[in-house]
Design a protein around this ligand. Structure first.
Ligand code: FAD
Ligand code: NAD
Length: 476
């Protein structure tokens, strides 16, 4: 029987990075993957496909160029699905190879097939070749899948989830997205940008519940401006699929209204992928939504078995999953380099416009009874924003302690917000103040000047002295 120091189940961001780190430190590593392509939701069905489709939609629709150069690019409504999916396929195929190359370079032995526990050290691989291998340590990195409520008649053609939406054969004229979480909002704005009449149905009165409420409302405003209709405090109680594909789906809303649309996308949650692993058989403790329970070292109740990534639930991001994988290896093999996951990490929402945040929201500041104040700067207040032609009404909002001026939260809505946030992340991590920001010299013109102007705005708020209101429109 083949013996390994570590067996990793799953080649998504969590499994790949963990396997590579253990191999780098000289351990003998096996990785099992059930799909023909590497990368899991990170590469194949989630993060990278949706981000590539967003960039494609921006390019084809010319949404950021509209009016800026005095001429409008032809809007991409005429674009076929083939063109729309082309770049996504290039990226996922390339990244599959990149992951394979990484595993190979690290000398990791890859097994194709479905991994399941025989006991706490033995994993059975069921594939073209069946075999059982031994691992001193096992890392479960099996990810998650779109949860399928029983009342939704998924047909992979018109009633879709975030996996099957990647296989559409034609553009719908209209689409209804259920769930205004990250997946729902990102896909709604992608379809919206492509000129598809888009509806979002959400059971609460806020989109992306974890965002600062003001920023969430600004995103709603921008989505509405882009002709996306959001139906709050609502849900869908019945789904009728006509025999004739040309006829619309008939969706009955909880409010009693009927929504007639061409396509439906479910985006209201995911579950951990533990089916078939035999967790019960070995006594591995599991939690809600088919997750595996772990401690802060990502160790399960069975000491030699660790679990990381989506299969352990929140925050369920590619970014944090990779780090969890690396941290688990630290504890298995005492590498002592990366003991725990930082609690200051950013959220990046790749909607149109993008949103990103780090640190606390205004609602959290209030709940924690912090004496705080805020500062704003709008993209159009900066020279770079003006050059680009800000069409999103984008802004940066700083939340800071009004006594110490320490930055507690940074929130950005607008072009490349997911990139701009990282400077803010360091400010929050290092407990920097408004004075630290205004004493910094930035390249000019750049969007990072947003930080400086938001700081001046915050200082003006503290002093009760405002010469100019942030975002004030200048009459042309
Ligand atoms: C539409 C969408 C967009 C997203 N966008 C972002 C984003 O912009 N930024 C971000 O940070 N995160 C994003 N995420 C989340 C991110 O994709 C996940 O958090 C991340 O992929 C989780 O990594 P993982 O390694 O835990 O699992 P996965 O990426 O799901 O990989 C798990 C792997 O394990 C394999 N596997 C499962 N069971 C077995 C078994 N028994 N035997 C063998 N192999 C098995 C699977 O085939 C898969 O390859 C998005 C997710 C979705 C769905
Ligand atoms: N950019 C990113 O970082 C990114 C992008 C996509 C996904 N993800 C990850 O994927 C995970 C799953 O995302 P998700 O968007 O599927 O789930 P989610 O749990 O984040 O959001 C689901 C939304 O659907 C609503 N909802 C649930 N049931 C409903 C119902 N019956 N009717 C109407 N509305 C309903 C919820 O109120 C919520 O707003 C997230 O945890 C996220 O971390 C991250």
């Amino acid at each position: 029987m083949k013996k390994f120091d570590l067996i990793v189940i799953g080649s998504g961001p969590a499994g790949e990075k963990a396997a590579a780190k253990a191999a780098y430190f000289g351990y003998k590593v096996a990785l099992i993957e059930k799909e023909l392509k590497y990368g899991g939701a990170g590469v194949q069905t989630g993060t990278l496909p949706s981000k590539t489709l967003k960039e494609t939609a921006l390019y084809l629709s010319g949404i950021y160029q509209k009016g800026v150069f005095g001429v409008d690019k032809e809007v991409g409504r005429e674009t076929g699905v083939h063109d729309f999916l082309y770049r996504k396929n290039v990226v996922t195929n390339h990244m599959h190879k990149t992951v394979g190359h990484n595993l190979e370079k690290h000398g990791i032995q890859v097994f194709e097939g479905y991994g399941s526990f025989q006991d706490q050290n033995h994993i059975k691989i069921s594939g073209a070749i069946e075999e059982i291998i031994y691992g001193k340590f096992i890392l479960v990195a099996t990810g998650s899948y779109p949860y399928h409520p029983e009342n939704i008649p998924f047909d992979n053609k018109r009633i879709l989830d975030s996996d099957t939406v990647l296989n559409i054969k034609h553009f719908p004229k209209s689409i209804c997205v259920l769930g205004a979480g990250v997946i729902g909002c990102e896909y709604a704005t992608i379809f919206g940008a492509m000129g598809v009449k888009t509806f979002i149905v959400n059971d609460r009165n806020k989109i992306l519940g974890f965002l600062d409420a003001e920023v969430s409302e600004s995103l709603v405003d921008q989505m509405r401006k882009n002709d996306i209709k959001i139906l709050f405090n609502n849900s869908i109680v019945d789904y009728e699929i006509p025999e004739d594909d040309e006829k619309p789906l008939r969706l009955t809303l909880k409010s009693g209204e009927i929504l007639n649309v061409d396509m439906f996308l479910f985006a209201a949650g995911r579950s951990g992928r533990i089916k078939g692993l035999n967790c019960d058989r070995i006594g591995l403790k599991t939690g809600k939504r088919e997750t595996i329970l772990v401690n802060d070292k990502f160790q399960t109740n069975i000491p030699n078995i660790y679990a990381v990534g989506d299969v352990i639930g929140f925050p369920a991001l590619a970014s944090t999953s990779m780090e969890q994988g690396r941290i688990a290896i630290t504890h298995m093999f005492d590498t002592a380099d990366l003991p725990s996951l930082t609690d200051v990490f950013p959220y990046g929402i790749y909607t149109v416009p993008e949103v990103s945040m780090v640190g606390i929201t205004e609602e959290q500041a209030i709940a924690q009874k912090i004496e705080y104040s805020v500062g704003y700067s709008f993209f159009r207040d900066t020279a770079r924003g003006m050059i680009m032609g800000d069409t999103d009404n984008g802004y940066l909002k700083l939340i800071f302690d009004r006594n110490t001026k320490v930055i507690l939260g940074v929130h950005i809505i607008g072009y490349i917000a997911t990139e701009l946030i990282h400077y803010g992340m360091e400010l929050v991590r290092e407990k920097k103040t408004l004075d630290n920001i205004i004493s910094t010299v930035f390249n000019y013109p750049t969007l990072h000047n947003l930080y400086k102007y938001a700081s001046y705005d915050g200082l003006g708020n503290l002093a009760g002295k405002k010469i100019k209101k942030a975002g004030e429109l200048i009459k042309e």
